[in-house]
Write a protein that binds this ligand. Structure first.
Ligand code: HEM
Length: 224
């Protein structure tokens, strides 16, 4: 029988589900606005009930996404300051060494793959990509939401610049999720066809040993 260990808490699973849902809503209502003259964009906009409704949904989802990001970052900083949180997602020198080791292993010039802790360098890169991407879409999103207020203390060029940065960052985030995240989380041979861990919170001991051996060894040592 397969043995499991807990990898994600209920809060982390809910956070992932919420980001996934909000991100999908933002992409589905944002990209058709950027590519408004394409037939697929027109079909989505008409299917959702017209441009006014699409803009309204995008703005509401954007505000929820902003609140969500603020709560996440506040709880994160709070937990680190009070010593209850972990720094397992902070990139270290070891991540760069792991990336090189892993590349060498894939190229056949190293005998063994890198041995990872709770999060590997790819997972950390994705997390921080999401955080920095969120800072860009949120700040530019608010300039688009309140252009008159923004141009009271910033030059007028900020509005078209924010529109360009917002739309392109949104497009890039979408491509990163489709190409990189879906591959790593579902299509890579290690986890194909579907990695359920972020939904169930559980990971098999076999996968832990294979994908996060350093964390697994630490848990075992603590238990003993
Ligand atoms: C990952 C999240 C997001 C994606 C993928 C996304 C995507 C987009 C895209 C592609 C556009 C069209 C830009 C153009 O016409 O060139 C847009 C417009 C806009 N977005 Fe976002 N966005 C996101 C988050 C946000 C957030 C957080 C806000 C927040 C406050 C926001 C507010 C707006 C506003 C106000 C517009 C202008 C359209 C309008 O006036 O209704 N977006 N978004």
């Amino acid at each position: 029988m397969t043995e499991y260990v807990v990898r994600f808490t209920l809060r982390q699973r809910i956070e992932h589900l919420a980001v996934m849902t909000l991100f999908t809503v933002l992409v589905v209502t944002g990209l058709p606005q950027k590519f408004f003259d394409s037939s697929w964009a027109e079909a989505i906009i008409l299917g959702l009930g017209g441009i006014d409704r699409v803009r309204w949904i995008h703005r509401a989802a954007g505000i929820l996404f902003t609140l969500f990001t603020a709560v996440h970052l506040t709880l994160l900083v709070g937990s680190v300051l009070t010593g209850t949180g972990s720094l397992s997602l902070v990139p270290t020198r070891r991540d760069f060494e792991d990336a090189i080791q892993q590349l060498r292993y894939y190229l056949g010039t190293a005998d063994a793959p890198a041995r990872f802790d709770r999060f590997d360098y790819r997972q950390k890169f994705e997390y921080w990509g999401l955080v920095f991407g969120a800072v860009i879409v949120i700040s530019t999103g608010f300039v688009l939401l309140f252009p008159i207020a923004a141009t009271r203390f910033l030059p007028g060029e900020i509005v078209p610049a924010a529109k360009l940065a917002h739309g392109n960052e949104g497009l890039m985030a979408f491509l990163v999720v489709i190409i990189w995240h879906i591959y790593n989380a579902h299509l890579s041979p290690d986890v194909f066809p579907f990695d359920k861990t972020i939904f169930t919170g559980r990971i098999s001991v076999e996968r832990m040993r294979h994908e996060h051996p350093l964390e697994y060894e630490r848990i075992k040592a603590q238990e003993e």
